[in-house]
Design a protein around this ligand. Structure first.
Ligand SMILES: *Cc1c(COP(=O)(O)O)cnc(C)c1O
Length: 459
Protein backbone atom coordinates (compact mmCIF):
# COMPACT_ATOMS: atom_id res chain seq x y z
CA UNK A 1 0.00 0.00 0.00
CA UNK A 2 1.35 3.45 -0.85
CA UNK A 3 1.62 6.10 1.83
CA UNK A 4 -0.90 8.96 1.50
CA UNK A 5 0.92 12.13 0.36
CA UNK A 6 1.61 15.05 2.67
CA UNK A 7 0.42 18.62 2.19
CA UNK A 8 3.82 20.29 2.60
CA UNK A 9 7.31 19.24 1.63
CA UNK A 10 8.64 19.01 -1.93
CA UNK A 11 5.71 16.85 -3.09
CA UNK A 12 3.06 18.87 -1.27
CA UNK A 13 1.95 21.24 -4.01
CA UNK A 14 1.76 18.48 -6.63
CA UNK A 15 -0.17 16.24 -4.27
CA UNK A 16 -2.58 19.02 -3.42
CA UNK A 17 -3.27 20.23 -6.96
CA UNK A 18 -5.58 17.37 -8.09
CA UNK A 19 -7.15 17.15 -4.62
CA UNK A 20 -7.94 20.87 -4.65
CA UNK A 21 -9.41 20.53 -8.13
CA UNK A 22 -11.64 17.76 -6.77
CA UNK A 23 -12.63 19.93 -3.81
CA UNK A 24 -13.50 22.87 -6.05
CA UNK A 25 -15.59 20.62 -8.32
CA UNK A 26 -17.44 19.18 -5.33
CA UNK A 27 -18.08 22.66 -3.91
CA UNK A 28 -19.58 23.57 -7.26
CA UNK A 29 -21.78 20.47 -7.66
CA UNK A 30 -22.83 20.61 -4.00
CA UNK A 31 -23.94 24.23 -4.26
CA UNK A 32 -25.84 23.49 -7.49
CA UNK A 33 -27.63 20.55 -5.90
CA UNK A 34 -28.61 22.76 -2.96
CA UNK A 35 -29.79 25.50 -5.30
CA UNK A 36 -30.48 28.12 -2.62
CA UNK A 37 -29.16 29.78 0.51
CA UNK A 38 -29.58 26.65 2.64
CA UNK A 39 -30.69 23.04 2.15
CA UNK A 40 -34.41 22.34 1.95
CA UNK A 41 -36.25 19.97 4.25
CA UNK A 42 -35.25 21.03 7.75
CA UNK A 43 -32.96 19.34 10.27
CA UNK A 44 -34.22 15.73 9.90
CA UNK A 45 -33.93 15.66 6.10
CA UNK A 46 -30.53 17.38 6.09
CA UNK A 47 -29.16 15.07 8.78
CA UNK A 48 -30.46 12.00 6.91
CA UNK A 49 -28.73 13.11 3.69
CA UNK A 50 -25.48 13.63 5.59
CA UNK A 51 -25.72 10.19 7.22
CA UNK A 52 -26.28 8.63 3.79
CA UNK A 53 -23.29 10.45 2.33
CA UNK A 54 -21.02 9.36 5.19
CA UNK A 55 -22.14 5.72 5.34
CA UNK A 56 -19.49 3.67 7.13
CA UNK A 57 -17.29 6.37 8.64
CA UNK A 58 -14.37 4.09 9.48
CA UNK A 59 -14.46 1.24 6.94
CA UNK A 60 -11.99 -1.61 7.10
CA UNK A 61 -10.52 -0.52 3.77
CA UNK A 62 -10.33 3.12 2.75
CA UNK A 63 -12.34 4.85 0.02
CA UNK A 64 -10.47 7.33 -2.23
CA UNK A 65 -13.82 8.86 -3.20
CA UNK A 66 -14.37 10.14 0.34
CA UNK A 67 -13.02 13.63 -0.35
CA UNK A 68 -15.32 14.60 -3.23
CA UNK A 69 -18.30 12.76 -1.68
CA UNK A 70 -18.07 14.44 1.71
CA UNK A 71 -17.23 17.89 0.33
CA UNK A 72 -20.23 17.61 -1.99
CA UNK A 73 -22.43 16.61 0.96
CA UNK A 74 -21.17 19.45 3.13
CA UNK A 75 -21.68 22.02 0.37
CA UNK A 76 -25.11 20.64 -0.48
CA UNK A 77 -26.12 20.95 3.15
CA UNK A 78 -24.50 24.32 3.84
CA UNK A 79 -26.03 27.67 4.73
CA UNK A 80 -24.05 29.77 2.27
CA UNK A 81 -23.32 33.30 3.53
CA UNK A 82 -22.42 34.26 -0.06
CA UNK A 83 -26.08 33.81 -1.04
CA UNK A 84 -27.81 37.20 -0.72
CA UNK A 85 -30.80 35.52 0.93
CA UNK A 86 -28.59 34.12 3.70
CA UNK A 87 -28.59 37.18 5.92
CA UNK A 88 -29.35 36.20 9.50
CA UNK A 89 -26.19 36.30 11.53
CA UNK A 90 -22.81 37.97 11.82
CA UNK A 91 -21.71 35.15 9.55
CA UNK A 92 -19.82 36.70 6.68
CA UNK A 93 -19.02 35.38 3.22
CA UNK A 94 -15.22 35.11 3.28
CA UNK A 95 -13.21 36.80 0.54
CA UNK A 96 -11.73 34.39 -2.01
CA UNK A 97 -8.29 35.90 -1.53
CA UNK A 98 -8.47 35.43 2.26
CA UNK A 99 -9.60 31.82 1.87
CA UNK A 100 -6.80 31.11 -0.60
CA UNK A 101 -4.32 32.56 1.89
CA UNK A 102 -5.72 30.33 4.63
CA UNK A 103 -5.11 27.33 2.43
CA UNK A 104 -1.40 28.09 2.57
CA UNK A 105 -1.62 28.07 6.37
CA UNK A 106 -3.32 24.68 6.27
CA UNK A 107 -0.57 23.26 4.08
CA UNK A 108 2.37 24.71 6.02
CA UNK A 109 0.74 24.12 9.42
CA UNK A 110 2.84 26.57 11.46
CA UNK A 111 2.14 26.55 15.18
CA UNK A 112 2.51 29.73 17.15
CA UNK A 113 3.46 28.28 20.52
CA UNK A 114 7.18 28.51 19.75
CA UNK A 115 9.42 30.25 17.23
CA UNK A 116 10.89 26.98 15.94
CA UNK A 117 7.41 25.95 14.74
CA UNK A 118 6.55 29.27 13.12
CA UNK A 119 9.63 31.38 12.33
CA UNK A 120 8.06 33.68 9.71
CA UNK A 121 4.46 33.33 10.89
CA UNK A 122 5.41 34.67 14.32
CA UNK A 123 6.81 37.87 12.78
CA UNK A 124 3.75 38.24 10.54
CA UNK A 125 1.53 37.93 13.59
CA UNK A 126 3.53 40.65 15.36
CA UNK A 127 3.15 42.96 12.35
CA UNK A 128 -0.59 42.36 11.92
CA UNK A 129 -1.46 42.69 15.60
CA UNK A 130 0.60 45.90 15.91
CA UNK A 131 -1.04 47.39 12.81
CA UNK A 132 -4.55 46.58 13.99
CA UNK A 133 -3.76 47.85 17.49
CA UNK A 134 -2.74 51.14 15.86
CA UNK A 135 -6.05 51.28 13.99
CA UNK A 136 -7.89 51.00 17.30
CA UNK A 137 -5.54 53.35 19.20
CA UNK A 138 -4.33 55.87 16.59
CA UNK A 139 -4.06 58.76 19.03
CA UNK A 140 -2.07 57.11 21.81
CA UNK A 141 1.12 59.01 22.71
CA UNK A 142 4.40 57.03 22.45
CA UNK A 143 3.79 55.45 25.87
CA UNK A 144 1.86 53.31 26.59
CA UNK A 145 2.28 51.33 23.38
CA UNK A 146 -0.87 49.55 22.25
CA UNK A 147 -0.77 45.91 21.22
CA UNK A 148 -3.19 43.15 20.29
CA UNK A 149 -3.39 39.38 20.50
CA UNK A 150 -5.15 36.97 18.17
CA UNK A 151 -8.14 35.01 19.44
CA UNK A 152 -10.68 32.55 18.11
CA UNK A 153 -13.33 35.29 18.14
CA UNK A 154 -15.29 37.74 20.24
CA UNK A 155 -16.05 35.21 22.95
CA UNK A 156 -12.38 34.49 23.65
CA UNK A 157 -11.50 38.20 23.31
CA UNK A 158 -14.13 39.10 25.90
CA UNK A 159 -12.87 36.38 28.24
CA UNK A 160 -9.33 37.69 27.90
CA UNK A 161 -10.51 41.24 28.56
CA UNK A 162 -12.09 40.11 31.82
CA UNK A 163 -8.99 38.13 32.74
CA UNK A 164 -6.73 41.15 32.15
CA UNK A 165 -9.10 43.29 34.23
CA UNK A 166 -8.94 40.73 37.04
CA UNK A 167 -5.15 40.62 36.87
CA UNK A 168 -5.00 44.43 37.00
CA UNK A 169 -7.73 45.17 39.55
CA UNK A 170 -7.86 41.95 41.56
CA UNK A 171 -10.37 39.12 41.97
CA UNK A 172 -13.13 41.37 43.33
CA UNK A 173 -13.49 43.26 40.05
CA UNK A 174 -17.15 43.51 39.14
CA UNK A 175 -18.42 43.38 35.57
CA UNK A 176 -20.90 46.18 34.86
CA UNK A 177 -22.56 45.71 31.50
CA UNK A 178 -25.62 46.88 29.61
CA UNK A 179 -28.56 44.57 29.12
CA UNK A 180 -27.64 44.85 25.42
CA UNK A 181 -24.17 43.32 25.95
CA UNK A 182 -23.10 40.02 24.43
CA UNK A 183 -23.91 36.89 26.42
CA UNK A 184 -20.24 35.88 26.42
CA UNK A 185 -19.41 38.65 28.94
CA UNK A 186 -21.42 37.40 31.95
CA UNK A 187 -20.35 33.89 30.96
CA UNK A 188 -16.70 34.95 31.15
CA UNK A 189 -17.35 36.44 34.61
CA UNK A 190 -18.77 33.07 35.64
CA UNK A 191 -15.81 31.22 34.11
CA UNK A 192 -13.31 33.43 35.93
CA UNK A 193 -15.14 33.22 39.25
CA UNK A 194 -15.75 36.98 39.43
CA UNK A 195 -18.49 38.56 41.57
CA UNK A 196 -22.01 38.53 40.10
CA UNK A 197 -22.17 41.02 37.20
CA UNK A 198 -24.33 44.11 37.38
CA UNK A 199 -26.73 44.55 34.46
CA UNK A 200 -27.59 48.12 33.55
CA UNK A 201 -30.99 48.32 31.81
CA UNK A 202 -30.79 49.42 28.18
CA UNK A 203 -34.43 50.02 27.25
CA UNK A 204 -33.55 52.01 24.11
CA UNK A 205 -31.12 49.30 22.95
CA UNK A 206 -27.97 51.16 24.02
CA UNK A 207 -26.27 51.65 27.37
CA UNK A 208 -27.50 54.83 29.07
CA UNK A 209 -24.57 56.78 30.64
CA UNK A 210 -26.77 58.11 33.48
CA UNK A 211 -27.95 54.60 34.36
CA UNK A 212 -24.31 53.50 34.21
CA UNK A 213 -23.30 56.33 36.56
CA UNK A 214 -25.99 55.23 39.01
CA UNK A 215 -24.88 51.59 38.85
CA UNK A 216 -21.26 52.55 39.51
CA UNK A 217 -22.39 54.69 42.44
CA UNK A 218 -24.56 51.94 43.95
CA UNK A 219 -22.37 48.84 43.53
CA UNK A 220 -18.99 48.51 45.20
CA UNK A 221 -15.94 48.39 42.91
CA UNK A 222 -13.46 47.88 41.47
CA UNK A 223 -15.45 47.93 38.22
CA UNK A 224 -14.94 46.72 34.70
CA UNK A 225 -17.49 48.47 32.50
CA UNK A 226 -18.22 46.91 29.13
CA UNK A 227 -19.79 48.85 26.29
CA UNK A 228 -20.78 47.52 22.88
CA UNK A 229 -19.94 48.94 19.46
CA UNK A 230 -22.35 47.01 17.27
CA UNK A 231 -24.87 45.03 19.29
CA UNK A 232 -25.49 41.53 18.02
CA UNK A 233 -29.27 41.99 17.89
CA UNK A 234 -29.61 45.44 16.33
CA UNK A 235 -26.15 46.66 15.34
CA UNK A 236 -26.41 49.60 17.74
CA UNK A 237 -23.40 51.49 19.10
CA UNK A 238 -23.37 52.58 22.73
CA UNK A 239 -22.54 56.30 23.32
CA UNK A 240 -18.83 55.58 23.69
CA UNK A 241 -17.45 59.07 24.58
CA UNK A 242 -20.11 59.59 27.30
CA UNK A 243 -19.52 56.11 28.71
CA UNK A 244 -15.76 56.73 28.72
CA UNK A 245 -16.34 59.98 30.65
CA UNK A 246 -18.45 58.17 33.27
CA UNK A 247 -15.72 55.53 33.61
CA UNK A 248 -13.08 58.24 34.13
CA UNK A 249 -15.20 59.86 36.85
CA UNK A 250 -15.57 56.55 38.66
CA UNK A 251 -12.03 55.34 37.88
CA UNK A 252 -13.59 52.26 36.29
CA UNK A 253 -11.78 50.16 33.72
CA UNK A 254 -13.46 50.13 30.29
CA UNK A 255 -13.72 47.30 27.77
CA UNK A 256 -15.46 47.89 24.45
CA UNK A 257 -16.85 44.90 22.62
CA UNK A 258 -16.52 45.96 18.98
CA UNK A 259 -16.75 42.40 17.61
CA UNK A 260 -19.18 43.67 14.98
CA UNK A 261 -18.52 47.42 14.77
CA UNK A 262 -14.72 47.44 14.57
CA UNK A 263 -14.93 46.92 10.81
CA UNK A 264 -16.16 50.53 10.56
CA UNK A 265 -12.57 51.59 11.33
CA UNK A 266 -11.70 50.85 7.69
CA UNK A 267 -14.32 53.27 6.32
CA UNK A 268 -13.69 57.00 5.99
CA UNK A 269 -17.45 57.50 5.87
CA UNK A 270 -18.35 55.49 8.97
CA UNK A 271 -15.25 55.57 11.19
CA UNK A 272 -16.57 58.56 13.16
CA UNK A 273 -19.23 56.32 14.70
CA UNK A 274 -16.47 54.68 16.71
CA UNK A 275 -15.27 57.94 18.27
CA UNK A 276 -14.40 57.10 21.87
CA UNK A 277 -13.20 53.58 21.06
CA UNK A 278 -9.61 54.47 21.91
CA UNK A 279 -10.65 55.45 25.45
CA UNK A 280 -11.09 51.75 26.24
CA UNK A 281 -8.44 49.77 28.07
CA UNK A 282 -9.27 46.77 25.88
CA UNK A 283 -11.23 46.33 22.65
CA UNK A 284 -12.67 43.19 21.06
CA UNK A 285 -12.44 42.93 17.26
CA UNK A 286 -13.77 40.14 15.08
CA UNK A 287 -12.66 40.17 11.45
CA UNK A 288 -14.74 37.09 10.70
CA UNK A 289 -17.71 39.45 10.94
CA UNK A 290 -17.37 42.88 9.30
CA UNK A 291 -13.94 41.89 7.89
CA UNK A 292 -14.79 39.10 5.40
CA UNK A 293 -12.35 36.58 6.88
CA UNK A 294 -12.85 32.83 7.15
CA UNK A 295 -13.39 31.83 10.78
CA UNK A 296 -11.41 32.42 13.01
CA UNK A 297 -10.13 35.99 12.99
CA UNK A 298 -10.64 37.50 16.44
CA UNK A 299 -8.43 39.99 18.25
CA UNK A 300 -8.18 41.66 21.61
CA UNK A 301 -6.49 45.06 21.42
CA UNK A 302 -5.01 46.55 24.59
CA UNK A 303 -4.15 50.23 25.04
CA UNK A 304 -1.11 49.44 27.18
CA UNK A 305 0.89 46.42 26.07
CA UNK A 306 2.08 45.96 29.68
CA UNK A 307 -1.39 44.55 30.44
CA UNK A 308 -0.44 41.48 28.40
CA UNK A 309 2.38 40.52 30.77
CA UNK A 310 -0.36 38.83 32.82
CA UNK A 311 -0.40 36.16 30.10
CA UNK A 312 3.30 35.37 30.39
CA UNK A 313 3.86 31.71 30.98
CA UNK A 314 6.81 29.39 31.05
CA UNK A 315 7.22 25.90 29.65
CA UNK A 316 10.80 24.79 29.27
CA UNK A 317 10.30 22.93 25.96
CA UNK A 318 8.75 26.03 24.33
CA UNK A 319 10.38 29.12 25.85
CA UNK A 320 13.37 28.18 27.97
CA UNK A 321 15.04 31.27 29.51
CA UNK A 322 18.35 30.63 27.73
CA UNK A 323 16.53 30.34 24.37
CA UNK A 324 14.74 33.62 25.03
CA UNK A 325 17.98 35.29 26.14
CA UNK A 326 19.65 34.01 22.96
CA UNK A 327 17.00 35.84 20.93
CA UNK A 328 14.31 33.28 20.15
CA UNK A 329 10.97 35.10 20.38
CA UNK A 330 8.82 34.02 23.33
CA UNK A 331 5.34 33.38 21.93
CA UNK A 332 3.63 31.50 24.75
CA UNK A 333 2.41 34.69 26.42
CA UNK A 334 0.50 35.78 23.31
CA UNK A 335 -2.40 33.44 24.01
CA UNK A 336 -3.91 31.06 26.53
CA UNK A 337 -3.78 28.38 23.85
CA UNK A 338 -0.67 26.29 23.18
CA UNK A 339 -0.79 24.83 19.63
CA UNK A 340 -2.16 27.71 17.61
CA UNK A 341 -2.60 28.31 13.87
CA UNK A 342 -1.69 31.66 12.28
CA UNK A 343 -4.92 33.50 11.57
CA UNK A 344 -2.89 36.50 10.47
CA UNK A 345 -1.83 35.41 6.96
CA UNK A 346 -5.37 35.75 5.57
CA UNK A 347 -5.78 39.09 7.39
CA UNK A 348 -2.44 40.41 6.09
CA UNK A 349 -3.25 39.31 2.55
CA UNK A 350 -6.66 40.97 2.77
CA UNK A 351 -5.37 44.27 4.19
CA UNK A 352 -2.63 44.46 1.58
CA UNK A 353 -4.69 43.28 -1.40
CA UNK A 354 -7.65 45.57 -0.79
CA UNK A 355 -5.99 48.43 1.02
CA UNK A 356 -7.90 50.78 3.27
CA UNK A 357 -9.97 52.04 0.34
CA UNK A 358 -10.96 48.57 -0.82
CA UNK A 359 -11.97 47.39 2.64
CA UNK A 360 -13.73 50.66 3.38
CA UNK A 361 -15.72 50.28 0.16
CA UNK A 362 -16.98 46.87 1.32
CA UNK A 363 -18.06 48.36 4.64
CA UNK A 364 -19.78 51.28 2.90
CA UNK A 365 -21.52 48.88 0.52
CA UNK A 366 -23.13 46.70 3.22
CA UNK A 367 -24.15 49.78 5.22
CA UNK A 368 -25.76 51.19 2.06
CA UNK A 369 -27.60 47.88 1.53
CA UNK A 370 -29.04 48.18 5.02
CA UNK A 371 -30.34 51.68 4.26
CA UNK A 372 -31.84 50.50 1.00
CA UNK A 373 -33.59 47.58 2.71
CA UNK A 374 -34.88 49.91 5.43
CA UNK A 375 -36.27 52.22 2.72
CA UNK A 376 -38.03 49.31 1.01
CA UNK A 377 -39.57 48.27 4.33
CA UNK A 378 -40.67 51.80 5.17
CA UNK A 379 -42.33 52.12 1.75
CA UNK A 380 -44.02 48.72 2.12
CA UNK A 381 -47.67 48.87 3.20
CA UNK A 382 -47.59 45.63 5.21
CA UNK A 383 -44.16 45.71 6.84
CA UNK A 384 -42.94 47.60 9.89
CA UNK A 385 -39.33 48.78 10.32
CA UNK A 386 -37.83 48.68 13.81
CA UNK A 387 -35.44 51.63 13.34
CA UNK A 388 -33.12 53.13 10.75
CA UNK A 389 -29.95 50.99 10.64
CA UNK A 390 -26.76 52.02 12.44
CA UNK A 391 -24.41 49.49 10.79
CA UNK A 392 -25.81 46.76 8.53
CA UNK A 393 -28.54 45.17 10.67
CA UNK A 394 -32.19 45.74 9.78
CA UNK A 395 -35.06 44.54 11.98
CA UNK A 396 -38.60 44.35 10.68
CA UNK A 397 -41.86 42.45 11.01
CA UNK A 398 -45.16 42.10 9.18
CA UNK A 399 -47.46 44.82 10.50
CA UNK A 400 -49.84 43.47 13.12
CA UNK A 401 -48.35 39.96 13.20
CA UNK A 402 -48.07 38.10 16.50
CA UNK A 403 -44.64 37.03 17.79
CA UNK A 404 -45.66 33.43 17.11
CA UNK A 405 -46.32 34.29 13.47
CA UNK A 406 -42.99 36.09 13.15
CA UNK A 407 -41.17 33.04 14.55
CA UNK A 408 -43.10 30.73 12.20
CA UNK A 409 -42.23 32.82 9.13
CA UNK A 410 -38.55 32.50 9.96
CA UNK A 411 -38.77 28.74 10.49
CA UNK A 412 -40.80 28.21 7.31
CA UNK A 413 -38.17 30.05 5.24
CA UNK A 414 -35.46 27.91 6.88
CA UNK A 415 -37.31 24.65 6.32
CA UNK A 416 -38.09 25.43 2.69
CA UNK A 417 -34.47 26.46 2.16
CA UNK A 418 -35.61 29.82 0.76
CA UNK A 419 -33.93 32.31 3.10
CA UNK A 420 -31.96 32.52 6.34
CA UNK A 421 -33.26 35.32 8.56
CA UNK A 422 -32.44 35.85 12.21
CA UNK A 423 -34.67 36.86 15.12
CA UNK A 424 -34.36 39.44 17.88
CA UNK A 425 -36.57 40.45 20.83
CA UNK A 426 -36.61 44.23 21.16
CA UNK A 427 -39.09 46.62 22.75
CA UNK A 428 -41.16 43.66 23.91
CA UNK A 429 -41.71 42.20 20.45
CA UNK A 430 -40.08 39.64 18.18
CA UNK A 431 -38.49 40.95 14.97
CA UNK A 432 -37.06 39.35 11.87
CA UNK A 433 -33.38 40.20 11.70
CA UNK A 434 -31.25 40.67 8.61
CA UNK A 435 -27.52 41.19 9.09
CA UNK A 436 -26.24 42.31 5.69
CA UNK A 437 -22.60 41.34 5.22
CA UNK A 438 -22.54 40.43 1.53
CA UNK A 439 -21.13 43.27 -0.57
CA UNK A 440 -22.29 41.54 -3.79
CA UNK A 441 -25.97 41.69 -2.84
CA UNK A 442 -28.07 43.67 -5.34
CA UNK A 443 -31.17 45.77 -4.71
CA UNK A 444 -33.27 43.09 -6.46
CA UNK A 445 -32.12 40.52 -3.88
CA UNK A 446 -33.38 42.70 -1.05
CA UNK A 447 -36.74 43.15 -2.78
CA UNK A 448 -36.90 39.36 -3.29
CA UNK A 449 -36.23 38.83 0.42
CA UNK A 450 -39.19 41.00 1.38
CA UNK A 451 -41.39 39.20 -1.19
CA UNK A 452 -40.51 35.87 0.44
CA UNK A 453 -41.48 37.21 3.87
CA UNK A 454 -44.72 38.58 2.47
CA UNK A 455 -45.47 35.31 0.69
CA UNK A 456 -45.03 33.39 3.93
CA UNK A 457 -47.15 35.72 6.08
CA UNK A 458 -50.63 34.38 6.74
CA UNK A 459 -53.31 36.92 5.78
C1 LIG B 1 -20.34 37.85 17.65
C2 LIG B 1 -20.17 38.62 18.89
C3 LIG B 1 -19.38 38.14 19.93
C4 LIG B 1 -18.84 36.74 19.93
O1 LIG B 1 -17.90 36.55 18.93
P1 LIG B 1 -17.55 35.08 18.43
O2 LIG B 1 -16.58 35.33 17.34
O3 LIG B 1 -18.85 34.49 17.96
O4 LIG B 1 -16.99 34.32 19.56
C5 LIG B 1 -19.15 38.97 21.00
N1 LIG B 1 -19.68 40.20 21.06
C6 LIG B 1 -20.47 40.69 20.08
C7 LIG B 1 -21.03 42.06 20.21
C8 LIG B 1 -20.74 39.91 18.95
O5 LIG B 1 -21.54 40.37 17.99
Amino acid sequence: MSMPPLASGPQGPDALRPLLAAVLDALDTGARTRGGPLPAGGPHAVAARMRDAVGDLLPEHGDPGALPALVHALAEGAADPADPLCAAHLHCPPLAVATAADLAVLALNPSLDSWDQAPAASELEALVTRQLAKEVYPDTPPTPTPDAVMTTGGTESNQLALLLARETLGPTVRLVRGANAHHSLPRAAWLLGLPDPVTVPAPTGTLDPTALHNALTTHPGPHLVTATAGTTDAGLIDPLPDIAAVCRTHRARLHIDAAYGAGLLFSDRHRHRLTGLSAADTVTLDLHKLGWQPIAAGLLAVRDHHDLTALHHHADYLNADDDTEAGLPDLLGRSLRTTRRPDTLKIAVTLKTLGRTGLGALVDQVCAHAHHLADLITAHPRLELHAPPTISTVLFRPTGATDTTVAEIRRRLLTDGHAVLGRAHLHGRLWLKTTLLNPHTRPDDLAALLKLVEGNTPT
